[in-house]
Design a protein around this ligand. Structure first.
Ligand code: ARG
Length: 408
């Protein structure tokens, strides 16, 4: 039997060329697997049938489309939200979250088809190769991973010619300027003029954050144990909720990021992102934590969050430390229940209110008016003891005089 390879197929130029290249250069049968993680295939004027047909036209013996949108939302976006995940304090891990979803399905399909290898269309310069390969090794150490785009030495122009030679129908043209990766959690835009970090991204790179709304508005997001469960009081499961928040918040032009980021392979890259829903939900979730998390738990969680983001960015979704941190974050969310009000206006989105049945905000303790319940007399002794250590140190070692000028 001819050896089989399960290829992560996007419908784009590189993975279409990869189908034929694997057949010609490795003598294998290719099973193309496209995973729907919420990317707007239709925005490119395409549907999944066209993508399947293209894989078959390129020579795949089988082409499957897997609907993983709900899984993407519930098992990947929600944990990222619990972790307030932003790589380097900014990037909500859009592409980094979808690769492990795709890997899970590639491995399952490889098992189903008795394939000894999986393949991806990533080059050697990016993070996605790391995520595909490290993820596959974690789930199925016996599988080989093939990376044709790292071997073939073809430029983009060569690829277009290769596709034409093999009659692979493509919608891409030589003018298509950007490399785009998209899913429910947002969109990454690279290449073309934005490779110069000084160039302002042209307005035409944006599709999720086109400002069409004219009047300011407010939306209310409800959470239960850290999971977003409602929008404006109407219950939704995470997938439609995220999609709707993307739509509403995006229409105010909020959710754009322009940054230079450190890839795992050591390259700095200029990145342009659109993630309206993710950034709005992260804002709301973190705010509700401010209201409901006990201080020490909150401070410890804040220390661990960047670590989680780094692990996931670096392709270690399936790793013991990442799993252990997930367990900690899950436990931390027990009482992250309540509602956050966001205001939207002209490219901005900000929190204007929050409430919770288990809020730790105690009005009696916080107020300066007559309903004050705080025991003021306790403060004097507390503050004296709090400062006792530095007072002793100052008197003995720093030799401070009565004028407070100090010994130095
Ligand atoms: N730099 C981002 C990341 O590593 C985006 C990658 C986008 N991927 C792509 N194939 N265009 O997560």
């Amino acid at each position: 039997m001819t050896e089989r390879v399960v290829l992560a197929y996007s419908g784009g130029l590189d993975t279409s060329v990869a189908v034929r290249w694997l057949i010609e250069n490795r003598g294998v049968e290719v099973i193309a697997v496209a995973v729907d993680v919420g990317q707007a295939a239709e925005s490119e004027g395409e549907d999944w049938d066209a993508i399947r047909a293209r894989a078959l036209a390129a020579g795949a013996v089988e082409a499957t489309v897997i609907d993983a949108r709900v899984e993407m939302a519930e098992d990947f976006c929600v944990p990222a939200l619990r972790a307030n995940a932003k790589y380097e304090g900014k990037y909500p891990l859009v592409s980094a979250l979808s690769r492990p979803v795709i890997v899970k399905h590639l491995v399952a399909e490889a098992r189903r088809h008795g394939a000894a290898s999986v393949a991806h269309g990533c080059t050697g310069k990016g993070n996605d190769q790391v995520r595909f390969e490290v993820g596959t090794r974690a789930l199925a150490p016996d599988l080989q991973v093939l990376a044709p785009a790292r071997e073939w030495g073809l430029t983009r122009k060569d690829c277009i010619e290769y596709a034409a030679k093999w009659d692979i129908p493509l919608t891409v043209t030589k003018e298509k300027l950007y490399s785009i990766d998209e899913n429910l959690w947002g969109k990454a835009i690279e290449c073309g003029v934005i490779e110069d970090p000084w160039n302002r991204p042209p307005e035409d790179v944006y599709t999720m954050t086109v400002p069409t709304a004219t009047e300011p508005t407010e939306i209310t997001i409800g959470f239960e144990s850290g999971v977003p469960v409602s929008l404006d009081g109407v219950a939704h499961s995470p997938e439609p909720l995220i999609a709707e928040v993307n739509r509403v918040v995006g229409s105010y032009g909020f959710g754009r990021l322009d940054m230079v980021e450190n890839r795992r392979v050591g390259i700095k890259s200029r990145e342009t992102y659109e993630c309206p829903g993710a950034l709005a939900l992260l804002l709301a979730h973190a705010d509700l934590e401010d209201l409901t998390l006990e201080r020490d738990l909150h401070h410890e969680k804040l220390r661990l969050e960047p670590r989680w983001s780094e692990l996931v960015y670096d392709g270690l979704w399936f790793s013991p430390l990442k799993q252990a941190l997930d367990a900690f974050f899950l436990e931390s969310q027990k009482h992250v229940t309540g509602e956050v009000r966001l205001r939207l206006d002209q490219g901005r989105c900000w929190v204007v209110g929050r409430r919770s049945p288990v809020s730790l905000y105690d009005h009696g303790l916080a107020t300066y008016d007559a309903s004050d319940t705080f025991r003021h007399q306790d403060a004097e002794g507390f503050v004296r003891l709090w400062g006792l250590g530095v007072a002793t140190w100052s008197a003995v070692q720093e030799g401070r005089g009565a004028d407070g000028a100090g010994g130095r």
